[in-house]
Design a protein around this ligand. Sequence first.
Ligand SMILES: [Zn+2]
Length: 322
Amino acid sequence: MNRTFLSVLAACSLLVACGTKNGPAAPKAVFIIVDGIAADVIESTPTPNLDNIAGIGGYARAYVGGEAGGESESPTVSAVGYNSLLTGTWANKHNVYDNDVDSPNYAYWDIFRIAKAHNPSLRTAIFSTWTDNRTKLLGDGLAEAGGSKLDYYADGYELDTARFPHDDAGEYIRMIDEVVVAEAAQHIRENGPDLSWVYLEHTDWIAHEVGDSSEQTLAVRGVDEQIGKIWAAINARQSAHDEDWLIVVTTDHGRDAETGKDHGGQSERERTTWIVTNSNRLNAHFDEIPGIVDILPSIATHLNISIPAPVQAQLDGQSFID
Ligand SMILES: [Zn+2]
């Protein structure tokens, strides 16, 4: 490779979208939720793959839980956090206050519904260790949730007790995460979906079991390796196709300060999360402790998706991408 080509390549990677004679690179986005990793834990654990991604874009401390003491205060509970990302709203709107997900308010559109409304030909996918993400939170296939929004899904594994016998130590969850990551990496590499969600659970399981500990550190290092597999698939995709990929990695809540085993309350450590992204279009808001509700408008910005005005008016977040 000669020097001129290398500098063009460098400029392309810096400027995000190097168009070709066929037009600008096709924007793509994947977001990953790794469950229950407190900000101080991710910061004190070696995570070379997240570091690589953040080196292109950035790392920020972030928050969940809505306005503490206010109308939008939301439990620092898993499904509550996922749905705040998916809908760009807090629990007082999306109405998911626990992991039962009994009556989500689908009037607050999720990001897949927004994407499909903008352009039904956009390809979508979910890769998930918890099936309720698709069937309940997204309500995929339900008329009141906007009908079918996912073109591909890889989940249901935790319901398959023959293939993944449940053990008290949660090893089966780690094995399922591995399968989910393999599915995500392969599907992204081969198909390049326009919008996809990867959900990984083992880090939360381990923390509930042992709290702040070397075992937790090992689990976080493990999930960093898994993120690296998805990041490699994205890079392979960008090498072979004229595509402009956004990756956003975050967590759904922190943990209690005393043991690191619990979460759900409004303490600072439970509310404090983090976001890693490769976007080099980050605006000042990224450095102002963004909320998990800011991820939806940020992804929409990257994908050039226009959000219907009534849905936009409901959002609690703002884009951290210009
Ligand atoms: Zn969680």
